[in-house]
Design a protein around this ligand. Structure first.
Ligand code: SAT
Ligand code: MN
Length: 596
């Protein structure tokens, strides 16, 4: 045994007896382990080794068509009371859920290896980091965890004999009979047997039936967001669905930005932005999750708890995100992408032409096939350290001081390009009422417009009303050191259905305005939704865009917002008696401003 931690050993033994694997293997996080597991998966037909001269040490996996994204309908917060989970979560009684899941787990690893993965979210040993132990029967999960987290003996060493860890149990939910194998098929359970379960009061995660992404790599959404958000509230810090980046202006002054957008709204692209504005520089710290604590100097300090990027592949190109393209050149895992005839990967909007390949379902494919070659939620898993613009301080255990929060979503109409909150409370309101048109990252979102508070709708592990209250209170604690809060929408379309704002690197023009607002050097005018730049405040020189178009996306149409009052009210009323008084005040003020 690689550890003397009694509680850990007891938990591993308890699970072993329940799931009845053929063998137990403790993951050590080494390259030898990674290579061995990859060799086995290639051998068994689950993985394809890509052409080494094109993409060294990289692999392609194809999942089951029923297992391609997070399943929000099957994701549960099993707190003792329904009220603790609140209106935005699926709640089940924890006792009942455990009974149901124990039955599923009973013997579920027959014919398989049970891996025990000690992992750290955050640099090993950092005071902000947390240790998790994932038990899984998926070697695909093990190799992904190698990239996405810090895995191995060093984690067990920091844990010592009685350190705290978060137990994360995962099974693909497909036991094998004697002599049976997966035959190269992605193993998973049918949808009605999938459970992604969180027990926030026990810091416990139980996942069953899915092998994909956030359903199975339990360090990410399950631990670093759902469990951590509940922990953070109890302990007075923040676990947010935010990228982290550093911008440096021509004078060398640094600004740190944390930005929250729903899944698949371009967070990874923004995190690796190459500014088009002269003299400004951007470095990436994280692309998905920020853990933030108030530091000794009173500023809000952020770390990226992850070690890799699990990014949406389709749409990633040298135009949209050259730094991601240069990150995934080697040592990467691709899931549900097209396999090209020369043994490389491809996806839609990669800006590369191919005329034939094997699609994500394993079928012959050409651009004329009439179906997407890559699944819209196809992903790459790649080490953060390989990103050419990864910030030197990205693993600094003390974190970076956040100056700016950005909220946003995908709206083709109504929401203008950018606005700034009047104050902290107003900024909390802006984040809380953020709305977006759904993307491919969740299988089961059918609504046209979904309110996605702070982009945490599927990730807040407790009552959303209490979460907003926690935000208000963090503002009180931060006082004049609180970050400024902005809201952006890069996705406005014109009447021909074309995006008006060019986006990508050009977003730096907007970030620059924000930094100058922090410095007090840029102007803004007061509107009904917040402080906004005027046309003259945004430099569009060199852009293929007219002043008239800029005017269109900076317009605030009160009537359009008023027409969404009903939607806002029904969302807010779901929070019922957990609605913070300060949020009520903000809504009143907002409506008054709209009707002026
Ligand atoms: O939750 S995943 O990690 O699968 C991806 C996402 O939705 O952002
Ligand atoms: Mn995300």
């Amino acid at each position: 045994m690689p550890t003397k931690h009694k509680k850990l050993l007891a938990w591993v033994e308890e699970i072993r007896q329940m799931v009845k694997p053929d063998q137990v293997v403790w993951a050590d996080g080494t390259k030898e382990e990674y290579d061995r597991l990859m060799d086995e998966m290639v051998e068994s037909g689950l993985a394809v080794r890509l052409n080494d001269s094109k993409r060294p040490n990289s692999f392609l996996f194809r999942s089951d068509p029923s297992d391609v994204a997070r399943v929000e309908d099957r994701t549960y917060i099993a707190s003792r009371t329904q009220d603790a989970a609140g209106p935005t979560n699926n709640w089940i009684d924890p006792v009942e859920l455990k009974a149901t899941m124990r039955e599923l787990y009973d013997g579920c690893m027959r014919g398989r290896t049970m891996f025990v993965i000690p992992f750290s979210m955050g640099p090993i040993g950092s005071p902000i980091a947390k240790v998790g132990i994932e038990i899984t029967d998926s070697p695909y999960v093990v190799v992904n965890m190698h990239i996405m987290t810090r895995v191995g003996q060093a984690v067990l060493d920091t844990l010592g004999e009685d350190g705290q860890f978060i137990p994360c149990l995962h099974s693909v939910g497909k036991p094998l009979g004697p002599g049976e194998s997966d035959n190269g098929q992605w193993p998973c359970a049918p949808i009605e047997q999938k459970y992604i379960a969180h027990f926030p009061e026990e810091n416990l995660i139980w996942s069953y039936g899915s092998g994909y992404g956030g359903n199975a790599l339990l360090g990410k959404k399950c631990l670093a967001l759902r469990i951590a958000s509940a922990l953070a509230r109890r302990e007075g810090w923040m676990a947010e669905h935010m990228l982290i980046l550093r911008l440096t202006n021509p004078e060398g002054k640094q600004f740190h930005i944390a930005a929250a957008f729903p899944s698949a709204c371009g967070k990874t692209n923004l995190a690796m932005l190459i500014p088009t504005v002269e003299g400004w520089n951007c470095e990436c710290i994280g692309d998905d999750i920020a853990w933030m604590k108030i530091g000794p100097d009173g500023t809000l300090r952020a770390i990226n708890p992850e070690a890799g990027f699990f990014g949406v592949a389709p749409g990633t190109s040298y135009k949209s995100n050259p730094m991601a393209m240069d990150t995934i050149v080697k040592n990467s895992i691709f899931t549900n992408c097209v396999l090209t005839d020369d043994g490389d990967i491809w996806w839609e909007d990669m800006n590369v032409d191919i005329d034939h390949g094997i699609d994500w379902k394993g079928n012959e494919w050409t651009p004329k096939s009439g179906t997407p070659g890559a699944h819209p939620n196809a992903r790459f898993t790649t080490p953060a350290a390989q990103c050419p613009i990864i910030c030197d301080d990205w693993e600094d255990p003390a974190g970076v001081p956040i100056d700016i929060f950005i909220f946003g979503g995908r709206r083709t109409k109504v929401m203008p390009l950018v606005h700034e909150s009047f104050d902290w409370d107003h900024g909390v309101f802006m984040g809380a009422t953020a709305a977006s048109e759904p993307t491919a990252a969740a299988l089961d979102v059918k609504k046209k417009l979904r309110r996605d508070p702070m982009a945490m709708l599927p990730f807040c592990g407790y009552n959303i009303g209490d979460y907003w209250q926690h935000w208000f209170e963090m503002g009180d604690k931060l006082g004049d050191k609180a970050p400024k809060i902005f809201y952006v929408n890069w996705f406005r379309k014109n009447d021909q259905g074309k995006f008006i704002w060019p986006g990508f690197g050009e977003n730096s023009r907007i970030l620059k305005w924000m930094c100058e607002r922090v410095d007090g050097t840029a102007e803004a005018i007061e509107t009904s939704i917040g402080m906004m730049p005027q046309i003259k405040d945004i430099d569009i020189s060199g852009l293929d865009m007219s002043e008239k178009e800029l005017e269109e996306i900076l317009e605030v149409d009160n009537n359009a917002f008023i027409s969404e009052f009903d939607d806002l009210d029904s969302f807010i009323s779901s929070v019922a008696d957990r609605l913070p008084k300060r949020m009520e005040d903000q809504i009143k003020l907002y409506k008054e401003r709209m009707k002026k």
